[in-house]
Design a binder for this molecule. Structure first.
Ligand SMILES: Cc1cc2nc3c(=O)[nH]c(=O)nc-3n(C[C@H](O)[C@H](O)[C@H](O)COP(=O)(O)OP(=O)(O)OC[C@H]3O[C@@H](n4cnc5c(N)ncnc54)[C@H](O)[C@@H]3O)c2cc1C
Length: 357
């Protein structure tokens, strides 16, 4: 039986581990005491099929049936509204076309979100955007992993990786784990894992993005409001458990770390949101930040390392890790199994690390 080691207990590693547990014995190694502690615990949990580069959109579309149906489905209706103002008309027009939204009147928009200010002079909308129950999605995959005899090792930070004739030897505080296949799903740390394994790194860039949770503006019931996007993705706001999450949508370079929001960045983002709404922004109930880690071409990196075929990259999920996870993990399983990828060979080639030479 093949022994497969997956490093990283975020959505990328959890989904890959579940799929791979049908092919061999999987050990999923996570540095933190709990899974989903880093980026996967800090997302906006949105499924928007038209978000990202063409290869990402293809993964979104291929993931949709799984999100809709597997284990009863994890999507619930949200919708997406793009707001534009006279001084941002170019960015608005670009996003409207790029995301395939329908233009609606400001009056129609106010019937949906009554707090819009006069700053909003153009509005795009579509109902086809969804909340993902991210916790349930990850728990479903962890159950699948355990059901197939896989092992989850939390609190086990990998400190070194060696290799001999038998395969990989991964050093963790309690000893070592061996396997013939090593899957690198370490998020912002994925280049560091490659370096430990003596595999060529990709130049992954972890970019910080912050969030503030605000009390429901003006005491409104926000539950059925769509997600709001500022033009050029300069801010967004999303209903969350009776409150409103607002993000400055920044992309500030960071080292791989347990990141915190920058107060000034948050304040500037909240000011951009404030322009579009009438209730005064109140002191946030909570704030946090997470890392969105991108490859140089902002596409996911899924497949065998060019210089080490038994080292599998599952990285560069950027801002799309949840929405792409069903199809991305299925591709990882096809690659490890040596099957023709269900996603098609062209898409698999476009996502392969081989594109970096
Ligand atoms: C603010 C924000 C909003 C977002 N919104 C969305 C959204 O709406 N929809 C969407 O699909 N995506 C969204 N994303 C992106 C999504 O959250 C990420 O793409 C996804 O979580 C990345 O998952 P991951 O498993 O690669 O990384 P992580 O969740 O960071 O997991 C990597 C894991 O590897 C572990 N690790 C690292 N080094 C080691 C080591 N040496 N030994 C053992 N373990 C190690 C880490 O501890 C970590 O738990 C958002 C992200 C942010 C920050």
């Amino acid at each position: 039986m093949t022994d497969i080691i997956v490093i990283g207990g975020g959505v990328a590693g959890i989904s890959a581990a579940a799929r791979l547990s049908h092919l061999g014995h999987v050990t999923l190694i996570e540095a933190e005491a709990q899974t989903g502690y880093h980026s996967s615990g800090r997302s906006a949990a949105l499924f928007e099929e038209t978000y990202g580069k063409p290869t990402t959109r293809a993964l979104n579309s291929a993931s949709r049936p799984y999100h809709e149906t597997a284990n009863g489905g994890v999507l619930s209706a949200r919708g997406l509204m793009l707001l534009g103002s006279a001084d941002e008309s170019e960015a608005f027009a670009h996003d409207l076309t790029d995301m395939g939204l329908d233009e609606i009147s400001v009056a129609e928009a106010r019937a949906i979100i009554p707090i819009l200010s006069d700053h909003a002079d153009r509005v795009g909308y579509h109902a086809d955007a969804w909340d993902i129950d991210t916790e349930r999605l990850m728990q479903n995959w962890l159950r699948e992993l355990r059901g197939n005899g896989g092992t989850l090792m939390p609190g086990a930070r990998v400190s070194a990786i060696g290799r001999d004739a038998a395969g990989w030897r991964v050093i963790i505080p309690l000893g070592d784990v061996t396997g013939q296949i090593l899957v690198n799903a370490a998020g912002a740390w994925a280049d560091g894992i490659a370096a430990m394994a003596g595999v060529r790194t990709l130049g992954l860039a972890p970019l910080r993005r912050s969030m503030a949770r605000l009390a429901a503006p003006g005491g409104h019931d926000t539950r059925n409001w769509p997600m709001m996007f500022g033009p050029g993705e300069e801010w967004y706001a999303k209903p969350d458990a009776g409150a409103l999450l607002v993000s400055p949508a920044e992309e500030d370079p960071s080292d791989p770390a347990d990141v915190y929001p920058d107060d000034m960045t948050l304040a500037e983002g909240l000011a951009r949101y404030q322009d579009y709404v009438t209730p005064e922004v109140t002191r946030p109930i909570a704030t946090w930040a997470g890392l969105r880690t991108f490859a140089p071409d902002r596409q996911l990196v899924l497949g065998r390392a060019a210089d080490a075929p038994d080292f599998i990259w599952c990285a560069g999920q950027g801002g799309y890790g949840f929405q792409t996870a069903p199809a991305a993990s299925a591709l990882i399983a096809d690659v490890v199994a040596g099957r023709i990828p269900e996603l098609g060979s062209d898409l698999a080639a476009g996502l392969s690390p081989a594109r970096f030479g």
